[in-house]
Design a binder for this molecule. Structure first.
Ligand SMILES: [Zn+2]
Length: 269
């Protein structure tokens, strides 16, 4: 049995194998207590795969700006204590693996997810781009515009302070004041053209709760793209909405099954 967890800035979602997905409030979950309870309640957990809204490297949570965490070495902690394999992945990388799995015959993709924060996943040459520290795609913390708020990364001008669910304070774009809406859209256009012009990928996927609550943003970005001088040269851009609000969990399932296949091939199972 596998346990899949998506630990987001607002919601904590989990499921066992392909069972029903249960949603809790992230602020009310202590991860270690939750895991130890589940391990004792459900006998036979073999793998735990967790996606985090934050920076992760080698199973260690380096920084999770929107999540209060006590145990950062979660993989080592659980694996040392129980005979359970633990996978820890950045949430956008997990989502990107899921989004990319739906397409054949392409080898590059950009995934922009706007939920509590703002993240970007990148596929180049048929591979997810992780970067040296597994930080590639941290678009939300690119300096954009000074605000009166401090990002938990330490800056007051991060893109996600202007363009994210946090910036909208839980409201839809058409419910928020005109100035906040305009700043949000400016940040979205800025980030969209940044990834488009830097990476020139084949497919652009928009996802996350803010996008699914404001699906007109897809048409908005297409219109912005058509205003760009590159439109004449590049032609139409393939841009789609994510079809799942559980992309992170779906990506974890793919990662876990790939790892099991690899372990079988290497004779570990
Ligand atoms: Zn930041």
């Amino acid at each position: 049995m596998n346990l899949y967890i998506d630990f987001g800035g607002t919601n904590f979602k989990y499921s066992f194998d392909n069972e029903e997905i249960i949603v809790l409030e992230s602020a009310k979950v202590d991860l270690v207590t939750f895991l130890e309870e589940q391990i004792s309640l459900k006998k036979g957990i073999k793998n735990i795969a967790i996606s985090f809204a934050g920076q992760v490297r080698d199973g260690v949570i380096l920084n999770a700006p929107n999540i209060d965490l006590k145990e950062l070495y979660i993989k080592r902690f659980i694996e040392d204590k129980y005979e359970i394999n633990v996978i820890v992945e950045n949430d956008l990388n997990a989502a990107t693996i899921y989004e990319y799995s739906k397409f054949q015959d392409i080898n590059s993709m950009i995934v922009l997810y706007i939920g509590t924060g703002f993240g970007c996943g990148i596929v180049i040459g048929d591979k997810v781009l992780y970067g040296k520290d597994n930080f590639a795609g941290e678009i939300g913390h690119i300096p954009f515009r000074k605000t009166n708020h401090l990002c938990q990364c330490g800056r007051d001008d991060c893109l996600e302070l202007s363009t994210s669910g946090k910036a909208l304070r839980g409201l839809r774009l058409n419910e928020i004041d005109a100035q906040t809406k305009q700043i949000f859209l400016d940040g979205l256009v800025h980030s969209f053209f940044t990834v488009l012009n830097l990476l020139n990928c084949e497919v652009y996927v928009l996802g996350g709760s803010v996008i699914s609550n404001n699906i007109w943003l897809l048409d908005f970005l297409q219109e912005e793209y058509k205003k760009s001088s590159f439109y004449k040269l590049r032609g139409e851009l393939k841009m789609v909405l994510s079809d799942s609000q559980y992309g992170n969990l779906e990506g974890l399932k793919i990662i876990a099954s790939q790892q099991q296949t690899k372990d079988k091939t290497n004779g570990k199972i």
